[in-house]
Design a protein around this ligand. Structure first.
Ligand code: BDR
Ligand code: CA
Length: 306
């Protein structure tokens, strides 16, 4: 199995991504680190801890990281994810402890311990990853791969130009794209193909308690409150984890990605050049939608029947 370390800000779709990383027999979840993003760090961390206990992977460390971006003010998305970050889901408060390590140190030490073996995935603002790179640039070599959910090559969602995870900490995103690795950028153009629409929801509903307590409320909370989202809610972060396990489901192009940090209208925009001579990123552009949902439903089914 591929070892995976998930840095996240749960978050509806982060929770669904965590469920995939936990349940996929082709992946071994070796740690979860949290960052402030969709909601405060206190809440994203409480959510990660509660999910760990509910799903029963108590031996996997959870470490808390940065609560605010490298520069500027906190920008959150509780209007999307609800006050707690998990929409209408309410899980028992966790009893197992948080790691004593800061997320930045947990990331560095986990990658150092087995160079070339751990796939790093970030589904929130990139603050922890940027701080880890600044403290130990060698993590860029140690990571087996590095995948983010973030950015886009067309339009944003937090603003017309910027996707939320990049918008929430543009300076961190710039550090991350400038580092000595290939960033797999799973952006909005890709994730808007992964919609939990009517037929998907209907199939997921057959998974019983797990579906009714967790999966469906997470996958429909936002869409059910927003009539302008009739095609279903995008499960953005799930796509980033899926790319580690099943890259065959994606068609991708290499590109040069630079992050706008100062633009008055464009701060947080990822400027994607598919013709650049020195690429720094791999950008999935097309998803095998049926294959993706078959895979996700299969993995969720394994967890549901366990
Ligand atoms: C991203 O922003 C967050 O709100 C989601 O969890 C996802 O990571 C989508 O733009
Ligand atoms: Ca997220």
């Amino acid at each position: 199995a591929k070892k995976i370390l998930l840095d996240c800000d749960p978050g509806l779709d982060d929770a669904l991504a965590l469920l995939l990383a936990h349940g996929d027999p082709n992946l071994e979840l070796v740690g979860v680190t949290t960052v402030g993003g969709n909601v405060s760090l206190e809440r994203t961390t409480a959510n990660a801890l509660a999910l760990r206990e509910y799903l029963g992977f108590g031996t996997v460390p959870v470490a808390a990281g940065a609560g605010k971006p490298l520069l500027g003010d906190v920008r959150e998305a509780s209007h999307v994810h609800g006050e707690t970050g998990l929409g209408s889901v309410s899980l028992p408060v966790a009893t197992l402890p948080l790691s004593e390590l800061h997320a930045v140190d947990f990331i560095i030490e986990t990658l150092r311990a087995t160079p070339g073996a751990v796939h790093l995935v970030a589904t929130g603002p990139l603050t922890n990853i940027a701080l880890a790179l600044e403290k130990e640039p060698a993590i860029a070599r140690w990571a087996a791969s590095f995948t983010i959910m973030g950015g886009s090559f067309t339009r944003g969602n937090a603003t017309p130009a910027a996707e939320f995870n990049i918008y929430a900490d543009p300076e961190a995103a710039r550090v991350v794209f400038d580092a000595d690795w290939q960033v797999v950028m799973v952006g909005l153009d890709l994730t808007h193909q992964a919609l939990a629409n009517g037929p998907v929801v209907e199939r997921l509903a057959r998974l019983g308690t797990l579906a009714h307590e967790l999966i469906l409320p997470l996958a429909t909370y936002y869409a059910s409150r927003n009539s302008h989202d009739p095609d279903g809610q995008a499960v953005h972060d799930v796509c980033a984890v899926a790319h580690v396990s099943r890259p065959d489901l994606f068609a991708s192009r290499v590109a040069r990605v630079d992050v706008e940090t100062t633009g008055k209208l464009t701060s947080g925009m990822t400027v994607v050049d598919f013709d650049a001579s020195i690429p720094n990123a791999l950008v999935p552009v097309a998803l095998d939608v049926n294959g993706f949902w078959a895979y996700v439903e299969h993995v969720y089914g394994l967890v549901a029947t366990h």
